[in-house]
Write a protein that binds this ligand. Structure first.
Ligand code: AVI
Length: 340
């Protein structure tokens, strides 16, 4: 088989796997007593575009706060990481905040090696195109994957590049995990993820993680209930995606977006609450699910951290917090970690 044909076969297999995973996760989530859907399914093409719009809403402070921290401290961060690094980003999205860091790195060194990793191919294609025109000397290799497999593929690709070109790509890795995406993991999962990243890093590598910090509940509730209703659309798109991809007959108008701070769990929660007793038919599963008026489908948790919790998490997984870069309001932390 030719390489191109192999790639088409691999892509089809991957699409089939993704379809099956989505179908079985939806079935599992709608069958249990407390219904839930994984937030990873928010990010199809429509969902990724809606998320980009969320980031521009005045109430949604995390994106602009993190960007302001990176703008202010990018020179220190790039100095701490050194000039000879390859940048690997988990869940890169539009890569717009990373561009701030890449600008500083490009001032310091001749060549940038950047490996954005994301599950959305459309956003990866767009961002890679934009960054290539912004940084013409950069080697940018988009990797469509989840986090764990993505880092391995980035490292393997960098090694192949070095072998092919018979030159040295940088040894040191700077892994970025920005946007407070770590908050969408359950605490055990966040711990597991940091542990597995740690195993892929050498002593002289670095990890930069964006953590959303605990703050006034009113600020949090406003951020996930923006006036323009974009977060509500983003949440409801999960149902639209089930209709599109799994041949569902879900009526979006019969659900309500509900987001609130759960102070006991220290997290924002997002739900889709049924406005009425209804039956949800999903063609791809050949099944009907019953949902009662007022019953909710839990779609996302977004954990908010304290600096102590961040330090404990880092130490527990074999990292040292070299520095916390925090904004003036102390709403967001970009933590610079190194393997201990
Ligand atoms: C991607 N993630 C960090 C966002 C968050 O704030 O938890 C997702 C999001 N959900 C609603 N608004 C934004």
């Amino acid at each position: 088989m030719r390489k191109q044909e192999e790639e088409v076969v691999e892509m089809t297999l991957q699409q089939n796997r993704e379809f099956e995973d989505f179908a079985s996760d939806v079935e599992r989530g709608l069958t249990t007593k407390s219904k839930y859907l994984s937030p990873k399914y928010f990010y199809d093409k429509v969902g990724s575009q809606l998320f980009e719009q969320i980031c521009l809403q005045p109430e949604y402070y995390p994106t602009r706060t993190e960007a302001s921290i990176l703008n202010k401290h990018a020179h220190v961060i790039s100095k701490m990481a050194g000039s000879n690094i390859k940048v690997i980003e988990l869940g890169s999205g539009s890569s717009s905040k990373t561009a701030i860091l890449l600008s500083y790195l490009s001032l310091q060194k001749k060549k940038i090696y950047y490996f954005p990793i994301d599950i959305s191919s459309s956003i990866l294609i767009e961002s890679t195109k934009r960054l290539k025109s912004q940084f013409p000397n950069a080697t940018i290799t988009g990797i469509r994957s989840d986090y764990n497999v993505g880092i391995d593929r980035a490292v393997a690709t960098a090694e192949c590049m070095a072998a092919e070109k018979n030159n040295e790509t940088p040894d040191t890795k700077l892994v970025l995990f920005l946007g407070s995406s770590i908050g969408n993991f359950e605490l055990m999962e966040a711990r597991a993820l940091l542990g597995s990243i740690r195993k892929k890093l050498h002593r002289n590598d670095f990890l930069l993680v964006g953590f959303d910090l605990q703050k006034d509940e009113a600020v949090l509730n406003a951020a996930y209930n923006d006036k323009a209703g974009i977060t509500a659309k983003f949440n409801l798109n999960l149902l639209a995606r089930i209709n599109r991809e799994l041949d569902g007959n879900l009526e979006l108008g019969k659900f309500e977006h509900c987001a609130f701070y759960n102070s006991e769990q220290q997290r924002m929660e997002m739900h889709l609450v049924s406005k009425t007793d209804q039956q949800l038919y999903i063609g791809a599963l050949g099944k009907t699910f019953v949902i009662r008026e007022g019953e909710s489908i839990h779609t996302e948790n977004s954990y908010k951290y304290t600096l102590n919790q961040i330090a404990a998490l880092a130490v527990d997984r074999g990292f040292t917090v070299k520095k916390n870069f925090i904004d003036k309001k102390r709403w967001f932390d970009v933590a610079f970690l190194s393997p201990s």
